[in-house]
Design a protein around this ligand. Structure first.
Ligand SMILES: NC(=O)c1ccc[n+]([C@@H]2O[C@H](COP(=O)([O-])OP(=O)(O)OC[C@H]3O[C@@H](n4cnc5c(N)ncnc54)[C@H](OP(=O)(O)O)[C@@H]3O)[C@@H](O)[C@H]2O)c1
Length: 247
């Protein structure tokens, strides 16, 4: 068990499936106390049970598009475990479609979850970490935060925004001894493509994922790598892809 993960209090948004669930399981297996956030309460309750219940894992129903709920999530984590060492802003939504389809409601959803959700996570945890004079904020971007693809324009824009926000955050939090990490995965096998409503985009992405996507534990290990470094080492960015992924 690595001492720089064991006993850390880690808040994970989007813990009900995919990357967030995998990271929560992995960090818990390394001795972290995990606070699980998502809207699907039944899923995070079951996961908290799997991870040892109240002493080691807590499920807090949270919609990251609601600032008050995200603040409550962090407040409950502090009330229960006394501190927050890591905030993993992972919750996200991908709804690909060409701009000309004018799926403006889906643009709004992605902006609300992927950008505002991350900002609300930062807003909720930053004062606590400033008081602690320690902490680590990990924001999940994507290969889509490095490239812009047809039919992925708004998703890519949100993931570029996550990188811009994270780099700005990194440069501002030095006086408080905080670490910041951007993790940008390539195609990983999760529920992410299942939210695409445009049939052509859904078919293309699902086919692509079936041919190249790797397992979510790839992400979990990247998160653990960033956290387990000595406190004076700040891993600012990790970009990883399936070996088979060209894009
Ligand atoms: N899988 C990939 O290939 C890949 C690649 C690059 C980046 N990413 C990023 O990785 C992150 C995790 O995605 P995933 O691949 O694990 O997909 P996923 O299986 O669909 O998981 C998405 C998670 O986000 C949560 N979520 C969505 N909207 C939410 C909201 N309004 N409030 C709270 N939670 C919300 C979902 O929980 P509820 O529905 O229960 O609320 C779920 O736990 C996302 O930011 C995604 O953009 C994924």
């Amino acid at each position: 068990m690595n001492s720089n993960i064991a006993n850390k209090v880690v808040v994970v948004t989007g813990a009900s499936s995919g990357l967030g669930e995998s990271a929560a399981r992995h960090l818990s297996s390394r001795g972290a106390k995990v606070v699980l956030a998502a809207r699907r309460k039944d899923r995070i309750d079951a996961l908290a049970g799997d991870l040892g219940g109240e002493r080691m894992a807590l499920a807090v129903e949270t919609d990251v598009t609601d600032r008050g709920q995200v603040q409550r999530l962090v407040d409950v984590a502090v009330e229960t475990f006394g501190r927050v060492d890591v905030m993993l802003n992972n919750a996200g939504l991908m709804q690909q479609s060409p701009l000309e389809k004018l799926k403006v409601g889906e643009w709004d959803n992605m902006i609300d979850v992927n950008i505002k959700g991350v900002l609300y996570g930062i807003a909720a945890v930053l004062p606590q970490m400033q008081r602690q004079k320690s902490g680590h904020i990990i924001n999940v971007s994507s290969v889509a935060g490095h490239k812009v693809t047809p039919a992925g324009v708004v998703y890519c824009a949100t993931k570029h925004a996550v990188r811009a926000i994270s780099e700005g955050l990194r440069s501002e939090v030095k006086p408080y001894n905080l670490r910041t990490t951007i993790i940008s995965p390539g195609a990983v096998d999760t529920e992410l493509p299942s939210h695409i409503t445009d049939p052509e985009s859904a078919g293309a992405i699902q086919g692509y994922y079936q041919s190249v996507a790797i397992r979510p534990d790839s992400f979990a290990r990247a998160v653990a790598f960033a956290i387990e470094q000595p406190e004076d080492v700040d891993i600012n960015e990790i970009l990883f892809r399936p070996t088979q992924q060209e894009l």
